[in-house]
Design a protein around this ligand. Sequence first.
Ligand code: NAG
Ligand code: NAG
Ligand code: NAG
Length: 323
Amino acid sequence: MELQFQIDTILILLIMLLFPIVKSQSVVNVPDIKPARDLDAVLEQYAFSAFVNPKTGVEYNGIVPKNLTGIKIAALRLRTGSLFTRGVSMYKEFRIPKGVIEQPYVQRLVFVYQNLGDRSEIYYHLPGYMYLAPVLGLLAYNGTDLSSENRPELEIQASDEPIYIDFGSVRPAPHGSKPMCVWIDLHGQVNFTSVVSGNRCSAFKQGHFSIVVKSKPVPPSSAPVSPQVPPATSEVVKPGKNGGIDSKIWVYVIYVAGGCVLLVLLAVLGLWICGYKKRKKTRKMERAAEGGEPLHMTMIGGMKAPAAMVTRTQPTLETEYVP
Ligand SMILES: *[C@@H]1O[C@H](CO)[C@@H](O)[C@H](O)[C@H]1NC(C)=O
Ligand SMILES: *[C@@H]1O[C@H](CO)[C@@H](O)[C@H](O)[C@H]1NC(C)=O
Ligand SMILES: *[C@@H]1O[C@H](CO)[C@@H](O)[C@H](O)[C@H]1NC(C)=O
């Protein structure tokens, strides 16, 4: 039982040490993507109804139903051939490079644009984060037959150059917090990347985009914030060139430190198991040399006789734990 106890202890220690690493790798998701997906379907209908004898390559602003006031939508129809060879220099906040391909292939596609405005937080609530910009959506649909009722979404993928999203003016970040670009895919999975100067984000796929900060920034305790520091007056957040790098370095530091501790522990565990086997072997050999381990004697009818002990060896341990 001693062996099992020690291995259990070491395993628990390992799990405790690994936990912070596992946690920092965990995938962030929008808690409930269903309402947002239903909204996508409604906005698609309203965006498509903005097309009246539409010209290819011209953006049409749609009108949303009253219950969704504050949301802006638009639709843009393109030949996929020209999308691939030329891209779209400006579609609202989006700059679509050449080389974008859609999946499955269609002859014409429609890009539906969404700006969720004040409703961003409602549909794309991210616990622990605060939006500094509205959530913008770029979704692609089969635009071959505009009267078709059934239009599944298309996957789009930029190849060389990314799609850029220029957010322009965004709300200033709270002091000490670092703005991050956020991309939410159609399944509600969230991916953070760093903000490029000028409040620009880059993306390779369709989905919803914004700029966020962690909602509870931890003030640096070693250097208390002096009240003389002038508050940020600019409306536009200008993240430093190395924005996003600091946190990456910390993640690497945690990985490397965690990895080292793990290696040391594994080494200790390995050595310990080897030592245990060796000790067991030596003990066995010693016993063999002495002609067996001393047997416990009992008095049976005036004669001394050997009596078996209940627990002498633990055969299960060997089969279970020693490879
Ligand atoms: C808003 O109204 C439209 C049309 O009446 C409806 O299809 C949609 O489900 C409504 N959306 C919400 C969020 O209530
Ligand atoms: C796109 O729409 C056209 C016309 O409705 C249809 O023939 C075609 O199969 C659709 N393509 C895909 C990939 O859904
Ligand atoms: C997030 O984006 C980065 C950079 O584009 C990429 O390497 C990573 O695989 C993405 N993660 C997910 C979960 O899509």
